[in-house]
Design a protein around this ligand. Sequence first.
Ligand SMILES: C[C@H](O)CC(=O)SCCNC(=O)CCNC(=O)[C@H](O)C(C)(C)COP(=O)(O)OP(=O)(O)OC[C@H]1O[C@@H](n2cnc3c(N)ncnc32)[C@H](O)[C@@H]1OP(=O)(O)O
Length: 725
Amino acid sequence: MDSRTKGKTVMEVGGDGVAVITLINPPVNSLSFDVLYNLKSNYEEALSRNDVKAIVITGAKGRFSGGFDISGFGEMQKGNVKEPKAGYISIDIITDLLEAARKPSVAAIDGLALGGGLELAMACHARISAPAAQLGLPELQLGVIPGFGGTQRLPRLVGLTKALEMILTSKPVKAEEGHSLGLIDAVVPPAELVTTARRWALDIVGRRKPWVSSVSKTDKLPPLGEAREILTFAKAQTLKRAPNMKHPLMCLDAIEVGIVSGPRAGLEKEAEVASQVVKLDTTKGLIHVFFSQRGTAKVPGVTDRGLVPRKIKKVAIIGGGLMGSGIATALILSNYPVILKEVNEKFLEAGIGRVKANLQSRVRKGSMSQEKFEKTMSLLKGSLDYESFRDVDMVIEAVIENISLKQQIFADLEKYCPQHCILASNTSTIDLNKIGERTKSQDRIVGAHFFSPAHIMPLLEIVRTNHTSAQVIVDLLDVGKKIKKTPVVVGNCTGFAVNRMFFPYTQAAMFLVECGADPYLIDRAISKFGMPMGPFRLCDLVGFGVAIATATQFIENFSERTYKSMIIPLMQEDKRAGEATRKGFYLYDDKRKAKPDPELKKYIEKARSISGVKLDPKLANLSEKDIIEMTFFPVVNEACRVFAEGIAVKAADLDIAGIMGMGFPPYRGGIMFWADSIGSKYIYSRLDEWSKAYGDFFKPCAFLAERGSKGVPLSAPVKQASSRL
Ligand SMILES: C[C@H](O)CC(=O)SCCNC(=O)CCNC(=O)[C@H](O)C(C)(C)COP(=O)(O)OP(=O)(O)OC[C@H]1O[C@@H](n2cnc3c(N)ncnc32)[C@H](O)[C@@H]1OP(=O)(O)O
C-alpha cells in the first residue's frame, strides 16, 4: 500500500459482468477518506464500462468494514484534514452515485459491518451475509451519529422501533437476526458469500430479484402519528439516561425529519448534525476513550519486544471470599479451569456457593442456559491444600489484606507451584515487594488487581514491580483480554492507580461536610456531573469497614496530604456501617432505596468538634461547579503525582483506569483529559488558593505547579527518569 495513503479499494471485473470492489484498510477495513474516494472512482469506472452489468462490494480478509475511520474524527477536530462539504459522502457518493446508479449493487458481508460499513451496505440494493457477521450502528457510543445515511435507511429496513433500539444502544445484531429483521437478504457460508452476491446482483439485473432502494422504502415505517409518539418517548428516555450529552437527541432529530419530511430532507439534516457533533466536547472525550482503551495494552519496553503470551491452561485462586469467588467466576466464564483453595470445608463450600450464585443470576436473567451453567461450573474444583497446584500456570491470591499471611502464602506457592507459574496477588494496597519478600521468585510476582464485583467490573490493574518480568506482564495482558477486561499496567505504590488517584475525592467531600456543606447536595452535584453516584452513597455501598481500611493506608503513607475525618469511624461505633446495615450516610429500605437521614447531623457535628474544623459559610454554600472542582481537582493533583512518578506510562492510561474503575464519565474523556479541557493553569490556581486557605490537603504537587504555571497540558508525556515501570 502506498505509505502516504490510508487504505484503498480494488476492483476486479469478472467474465460474468460483475465488478467486485474490495475495501482494503487493515485491520478492520475502516472507511478512511482514501478508501471512500477510491470507492467513488471505482464506482464511476464500473458505471461507465460496457462490460460491467452489476457491482458487488466486499471487504478484504473476512471483514466487510468497521465503519468510518475514527482517527479521521480526531484529525477533523484538530483541523488537520479539510472536511468535505456536509453530505458529500452520504448524499453525493453513497446516495446519488451508488444507490441511484443504473447498475445494481450487492454487499457481501463477512465478519462485521459496523457504522459507516453497515451504512454503505444498506445503500446497496441487496445484502448477503455470512452467519457470524455483526451488523450495527454503534456511532452514538463514540459521540457521533450515523452519518452515511444510517438514520434514514435503518428505520426503513427494520422499522422505527428496532432501528431506535439498535442506534440508541449501539448494540449490533448477528446475521440471522438481521435476516429476520429485513436488514439482510440471505445468510450463506463465508465460502459462498461472493459467489452468491454476484449471482444475486445478476438476478437483479435480470429482474429475478427485486431492485430495492432502501432510502425510498416506506412499508416498514409506522403511520406519522405513531412515529411521532415513538420518537417523543425515545427522546424523553434519552434525556433521562444521558442528560449531559447532546448528540443522541440530535440523532433523533435527524431520524424525525426523515420520517416527517421525507428521506432527502432527512439525509440533509443528518449531514448537518453529523458535522456539528464532531465538534462537541463530549465527542472529543469519547473518541479519546476509544483509542486510549485500545492503547492500554501497548506498554513500551514490554509489548514491543516480540514476546508471545504463554498458554495459561489452569489457574488456582486462593481465597473464596467476595473477590476470590468473583475472579473465579470471571475465569471459568472464559473457559479457564480453576482450582479454588480455602482453609476449611465450610469456607470452601461458601466460596463455591458464591461462584454458583454469580452464574445462577445469569441463568435467572436468561443470559445463560442451564446446560452452559453446568458446563461452566464443571471447570471449578475446590481444594484445601496445595497438592493440586503442581500443574497450575497461574495463581491469584485473594485473601484478606494481611502482610504476614500473604508472605506465608507466597513462600508456600514457591514450594508447590511449577517454576514457570505466575504468582499474582489481588491486593489493593500492600507493597508487592513485601509480599514476595520470603521468596526468590520476584520476577514472576505481579499484581492482578480486580475491582468488585470482579466478574462484572471491566478493569484489571496489572501491577508491576521493578523485578516483574516482561513475559509475565505479556501473559497477564493476554489473560485479561481473554476474560474481557481492560488491562492497565501500573507501577507498584500504595493504592496503585485507581484507589490512589481517588482517595482525595472522598476525603475532600468529608472536609466540605465538616465545614458545613450538605452531603446530599454534594452527592447530587456529583451525580449530575456524571458519576454513577456521589462519594457518600459510594461509601455506603462499599461498606465502612473497607472504607476505613483503605483510608488508613493513605493516612499512613501520605499523611501530609490526607484529610482524616472521624465521620465514618463515629458512625461505625454506632453500628452504622453503610448499606449492608441499612444505615450509613443514608437510610435504606427493603428495596435498597436510599433516603437522607436527619440523624447524620449528629455525627458530622461530633466529627467537627474532634477535628477542630470551623463552620465556613462560604464552603457550606458552594455552587455545583465549586463542589465539582473542590472534590475533583484534588484527584487531578494526585493523578499528576501518579503520572510524574511513572506509576502510569501514559496519562491516557489514568483516564481509562478512572473511567473503568470509578465510573468517571467517559464522555469527559477521563480525569487527565478532563483536566486538560479545563486547563492546567486554572486548576493550579484554584488548588493554590485553597491550600493557602484550608491547608496542605489541597497543595498542588510540584508537577502540577510546574505545568500549571506555564499552562502546559497535564497529559503531555513525562521524561521518565523515575519511572516505576
Ligand atoms: C459516518 C459514520 O456513521 C461514522 C462511523 O462509522 S464511526 C465508526 C463506527 N464504528 C465503530 O464504532 C466500530 C469501532 N470498532 C470496534 O468496535 C472494534 O474495533 C471492532 C468490533 C471493529 C473490532 O474489535 P477487535 O477485533 O476487538 O479489535 P480492536 O482492538 O477493537 O481494533 C483493532 C484495531 O482497529 C482499530 N479500529 C477499529 N475500528 C476502527 C475504526 N472504525 N476506525 C479506525 N480504527 C479502527 C482499533 O483502533 C485497533 O487499532 P490498534 O490495533 O492500532 O489498537
